[in-house]
Design a protein around this ligand. Sequence first.
Ligand code: MN
Length: 289
Amino acid sequence: MKKIAIIGAACGLGAPDTACQDGPEVLRSLDFLSWLDENNILLHWDAVIHPAPVASPLQAVHGVCAQLAERVAATYAAGEFPLVVGGDHSCAIGTWSGMARALHEKGALGLLWIDAHMDSHTFTTTPSGALHGMPLACLLGYGERALTEIALPSPKLTPANVCLIGTRSFEASEAKLLAKLGVRIYGMEEIRKRGFAEVFREALEIITRNTAGFGISLDLDALDPAEEPGVGSPAPGGLFRSEVSDALHTLRRNAKFQAMEIVEYNPYRDRNFATAKAVSELVAAILSV
Ligand SMILES: [Mn+2]
């Protein structure tokens, strides 16, 4: 059975609205994950990492991600399963830089990016300047040096070992970068045509083919905001919680599944804690016995 260490990443300065920075503390204080413990899933809150009071969003994101990478790598080295809870999605730079370093003697890291967006901008293409729109580009080696070089020399990910699922809101410039790199993207149209289960299975095959282990970065905005409104950047026409949770269920005994991240929980937009409940349900899907 996996023993899980939850690491909160309270970053909000990567987004125009900083509300997601309160996500981890809300989930921790309301004990949303404690019922997993009661169901014999071994977990504990390891830490919540907060940004230092610094001058710019870039410095804040760099600070959180550098600490997060250390924490994730140490957790993994200690034999625990790192579960990072965001925070805006800029924390992905820290989570997966840490995992890439933890795994790099064994081999490459595979990553499934479940998200309504591509998060593959750089400072030269971004319309908003927001860093939570850039983490995947950074991990692939494109972007600000301070962010691409955390924990290991860049790049942390090889394009052939990455898949995006749930994509439906993006700019042409980031789509162009991913197309140039040959990253496989499963948009909503393909998912509705083929079914989530089939697409998920195929993506898993791609990201495990040439890797030592893989992780999942789950942006809650991949889910449909009609069901889960408590996210940073809602985008209509998304995934249903049940189809995602059914697919995640298939990973429970997958030995190559090494880490998970759930991000962009905005407690102020949530209604009746629907999105907070989604977080615990999705975690349970992966980890229950
Ligand atoms: Mn995202």
